[in-house]
Write a new protein. Structure first.
Length: 219
């Protein structure tokens, strides 16, 4: 297969598996999505989805959030980990939203990335999923699969994002990045990986990755 044929195979396979793809983090608007994505750093979506209803019942907008202290926010979000940094970030960005943006989340990469505890990936998720602006946020699943499929060198997520944007058409980015995440979770996880179930990697995967898998399996 040529690289373009591999890209087409990935797109076609993912469209068959996930014609409609749900957003993993539960939210109701750009603000609650921003908070949920911030909380998901080095945590799982399942755990975040358990905590956000508790937090959002008390404060689901920046005006109510700043009424809480950083310590109160931290106590609620402790189960998702990194609560000292995340609680300060949530309180700080909520204050900025009120002071500079009339309580509304701006649809602007630069503005989002200037908020405390908000990096490029978080901003990309919000731009993509809340505002439908083309973006390709790279999480651990996408980073792993882009390497397994031979589409990126696995050096870092910055390079993986560049490679993904170069390989896939812009109008596919918002849906495709979610499809790859779901595929990675279900068929190509980091642990407990079964190549026979991973049709994409089995068909187009990097030879060294496939060979290493087979060597370990046959030990």
């Amino acid at each position: 297969m040529t690289k373009q044929e591999k890209v087409t195979f990935v797109i076609d396979t993912l469209n068959k598996l996930y014609p409609q793809v749900p957003i993993p983090l539960e939210h109701k608007d750009p603000y609650t999505l921003l908070i949920a994505v911030l909380l998901s750093a080095q945590s799982t979506d399942v755990r975040v989805n358990q905590i956000t209803p508790i937090l959002f019942e008390i404060a689901d907008n920046p005006y109510d959030m700043v009424k809480l202290t950083v310590e109160e926010i931290r106590e609620i979000i402790k189960p998702v980990g990194l609560s000292p940094m995340k609680s300060k970030g949530i309180h700080g960005l909520s204050k900025i939203l009120i002071e500079k943006y009339n309580g509304q989340v701006p649809a602007d990469f630069e503005a989002l990335e200037s908020f405390p505890a908000v990096g490029h990936k978080t901003a990309s998720v919000v731009m993509s999923q809340a505002f439908n602006v083309p973006a390709f946020p790279v999480d651990t699943h996408i980073h792993r699969l882009m390497y397994r499929w031979g589409f990126s060198n696995g050096k870092n997520v910055v390079q993986t994002e560049k490679d993904a944007k170069r390989l896939f058409k812009e109008d596919l980015w918002n849906k495709l990045h979610l499809q790859i995440i779901w595929y990675g979770r279900q068929y190509s996880p980091a642990r407990g990986w079964d190549l026979d179930k991973d049709i994409i990697t089995k068909t187009i995967g990097r030879k060294t990755v496939v060979n290493d898998y087979l060597k370990k399996k046959n030990r």
